[in-house]
Design a protein around this ligand. Structure first.
Ligand SMILES: O=P(O)(O)O[C@H]1[C@H](O)[C@@H](O)[C@H](O)[C@@H](O)[C@@H]1O
Ligand SMILES: [Mg+2]
Ligand SMILES: [Mg+2]
Length: 281
């Protein structure tokens, strides 16, 4: 049977690498920082330039495909996932890191058909680590196979999470309530790379047993979601049950046991879904 999506994935890897070069060159130059949903939700001209580069390049090769791009949605485009082949793009995942030259910045490209992620590409461009996964064919970093951690004891686990872009007191309270509960299990450590995509690749790489966050967007997690599951990991909603990549809530773990143990400690809340409200709200 013809492999429909390999050429698309090869293109995603090539354009992610090219975008990574643009990001690397702009790291110390692009000082025009703008804000979106809050004063700490940053975007730069490089985010916008990289997204346009990726979309333009894909359109030339796959003119009928659709796009969900972080900065296109911020500019008012719809964020509704259909059955059509769709590229789900975060041009810079870790924009705050980029602005502060904190060295974890990724280009994240997920590809969905019939609302199922067929491949995911996360390029951690300052580390030169290309994370890839094809559905049913495993997950890799620079070509080397990835496997989640075999740790079953939450008290011997490392947890990743982020504080997100909301500073609303009630949201901050929930975030710190979850963090306190989890820290006091106790877990051995809590870390955050500053980018959802790289946090998910750390789960896939076996460095972190579980990553959770409330507030992510579909473009943050689409590619990483497949990299985690193809490395043997699981995805769940923060309240248990199946993950919904549009729900802005995610747990990505090495096993259901660890995921469910963390879910017990999360003080859940539900931000507006990606596919309901305009993203600028
Ligand atoms: O850097 P971006 O693409 O905006 O994505 C991050 C988001 O801004 C943060 O609020 C989240 O906590 C991170 O997980 C995202 O990666
Ligand atoms: Mg992002
Ligand atoms: Mg981004």
């Amino acid at each position: 049977m013809a492999d429909l999506w390999q050429s698309a994935m090869d293109h995603a890897v090539a354009v992610a690498r090219k975008a990574g070069q643009v990001v690397g060159k702009a790291l110390h130059d692009d000082r025009k920082v703008m804000t979106k949903s809050s004063s700490v939700d940053l975007v730069t001209q490089t985010d916008q330039k990289v997204e346009q580069l990726i979309i333009r390049s894909v359109k030339e090769k796959f003119p009928t495909h659709r796009f969900i791009g972080e900065e296109s949605v911020a500019a008012g485009e719809s964020c509704v996932l259909t059955d059509e082949p769709t590229w789900i793009i975060d041009p810079i995942d870790g924009t705050t890191n980029f602005v502060h030259t904190f060295p974890f910045v990724a280009i994240s490209i997920g590809f969905s058909v019939n609302k199922e992620v067929e491949f995911g590409v996360v390029y951690s461009c300052l580390e030169d680590k290309m994370f890839t996964a094809r559905r049913g064919r495993g997950a890799f970093c620079n070509g080397a196979p990835l496997q989640v951690s075999e740790q079953t004891d939450i008290k011997q686990s490392m947890v990743a999470t982020e504080f997100g872009s909301s500073r609303a007191p009630e949201t901050v309270e929930k975030i710190f309530c979850s963090l306190r509960n989890i820290l006091c299990i106790p877990v051995q450590g809590v870390r955050g790379a500053g980018t959802a995509a790289i946090n998910m690749c750390l789960v896939a790489s076996g460095c972190v047993e579980v990553y959770y966050e409330i507030g992510t967007h579909v473009w943050d997690v689409a590619a990483g979601s497949l990299i985690v599951t193809e490395a043997g990991g699981v995805l769940m909603d923060v309240e248990g049950g199946d993950v919904d990549l549009m729900s802005r809530k995610i747990v990505a773990a090495n096993s259901k046991t660890i995921a469910e143990r963390i879910i017990e400690e999360i003080a859940a809340f539900s931000p507006p879904r990606d596919d309901v409200l305009p993203q600028h709200q």
